[in-house]
Each structure stands twice: as C-alpha cells, then as structure tokens.
Design a protein around this ligand. Sequence first.
Ligand code: DGL
Length: 270
Amino acid sequence: MHEGAILIFDSGVGGLSVVGEIRACLGDAALVYVCDNAALPYGTKPDEWLIERIVAVCCCAVERSRASVLVVACNTASTLALEALRSRLTIPVVGTVPAIKPAAQMSASKVIGLLATSATVRRPYTDRLIEEYASECRVIRVAADGLVAEAERYLAGRTLSTDKLRHAVQPLFDIEALDTVVLGCTHFPLLREPLAALAPRELVWIDSGAAIARRVASVISCPAKTRGVGMSMATAPGQDGLAHALAHFGFAAPEPLMLEDLSVMPESLH
Ligand code: DGL
C-alpha cells in the first residue's frame, strides 16, 4: 500500500524537521514516518547497542512500509550506522550528518558552534567532517542532550523551559567571535526560533534538512504520490504527545512496530 514511499526514520520527533524540507522539495511524494521512541534518546546510549538496534528497527520498518528509499533523519544514527544499514538494505539510504561544510563556508569569523547530542559531538565521523571541511575554523562542540527532550515536549504541545534552552546554548553565546551555529541533531531545528530569540546577537543557524531533501530527490526518479494522511510507526506507539506531533505534520497516529525481532533493551538503558 505504501510501496514506493519515502521512509523517514528518527529516534523521536526530530525527523519531522526533515519532513517539511522533503515536502518543500518533492511536493506530494508519499511519506511514511517511523520512530524508535521506545529507545529515545539515542544520544546517550552505547554505540554497539545502537548499531544493532538501528539496523533492526530500520529493516523492520522498510519491510513493513515497502518504501523505496530510507532517510535516516537522525545525526546520531547516521554518524554511526550508515554503513551497517547500507550493507543490509537493498534500497538507497540517505543519511543526515552535521552541516559543518556549509557552516564553514558561511562563517565570516571562522568560529562556529556544533550543537548536537553527546554521541554526535564525540564521533570519529564528526572529527573527519571537521578535518575535511572546517580545518580553517575553530569549532566549538557542545553536547545538548537536554534539548532533545525539550523538542519532544514542544511538539507534544507543552510549554518550553527557557532555562533549559538557555543552559544548553549559553556556552556558544559566551564566545563572542562565534557567528554560526550548526544544529547537528534533527530535533534542534524544531527549536530554531525559540533558540534564536535567546541569542544575545544575530547568529546564523544551519541544519542539514534542505540538503537531505535535495539528496532524496536525486536518488528517486519518480516517487509514489501521497494519498492523504501518511502512515506512521513507533516502537512505543501509545503516547498522546507523539500522535499530536505526527498529526501536525500530516501523519496518522502511529501503528506499533513490533519489538519481538528487535534486540532487547537492557534495563540500565531505560
Ligand atoms: N534526532 C537525533 C539526531 O539527529 C537524536 C536524538 C536522540 O538523542 O535520540 O541526532
């Protein structure tokens, strides 16, 4: 039924920031959304466990949706598991990595901030991106796992905590020469306006959404067209806030993605 659709995957609602960009680029393409909210947040979990989990959830969701392309709309997953996913799936896999390259090109001061999960800021993948594209820049990496929960709350229709937002970005605001911030977690563009409103001066906030949408358009020649509300799936489907967020982006309430075949999450990771 959803054959030929674009499947968008994230740990939670972060991938919805990419949905808007894909719709802006591909109009009425059929989209399916899947989130592994039973394991949210990914950014604080061990790499080995995450690779297995991400591959299991994505393979299961691709099979169920019969999608023709998988968009890993999660920096934490992409900087770790793209290779594993590509070796297991036969459809194209489009990843999301921090927009270091455009940020380095756009920054006048050559002092840029990377706001991401604690996993993404320390990954070798991120080291390589910085070495390759921003060697002439000073890059300040700030782990902001707390913003993931804030974005989840915000999309669920709850009030944001200005204190939590400020606490997360203050280390970047404190560096006077810094002029550009890379939003290196797909949850963070959902908070762009409230974050920018707290900034003591004008900053450029960059994410990867539009580049991912262009990449998706280049790998699928003829995407299936949407037939109304998109299907969604979740590993913990019964959360009101999630259904609210998905409805706002044109998706039906999430169907359960069965966990039987997925690796069991150790208690300590809950
Ligand atoms: N949205 C995910 C990302 O882009 C991370 C959120 C999480 O920690 O689960 O990195």
